[in-house]
Design a protein. Sequence first.
Length: 155
Amino acid sequence: MSEPKRKQRKQNYIDGHVQGALLRRIFFHWLAFFCVAALSIILLQTLLGDPSVSIMERMKSEISNFTFMGIVMLALFPAFMLDTIRFSNRFVGPIARVRRHLRQLGEGNTERCSFRNDDFWTELANEFNKAAEKVEQLQKENEELKSKVNSSTAV
């Protein structure tokens, strides 16, 4: 029997610490790439430009030529960041879910864990569920032993 399809996530940010660190890292990588690419393109075009025009004039011209590309890249940046957050949900979400289920297991709740179809580490839910079944079995055995001990001491 197949499991019912899980609903889409309602929130983008699941673990602010992990996803925030990921976004900061992506931001600095993107910024470094953007600056190096811009500088490389502008300098290369300036150096390969018309030698009859001064270097400063060529540089000004190349900066203005690059401006449109720079605006396009800046406009795409928020979409890249949002996609990064949504993609990171595929590994942050399962870990948050397992953490919640572990907390519940420690409180005595042996509810089964499941992930969304496109999440990473789906086998982690299966392993958790095996461990939860074992805990449930041990709890039942413990209760049976307690009742036997109580009944034998009551006699």
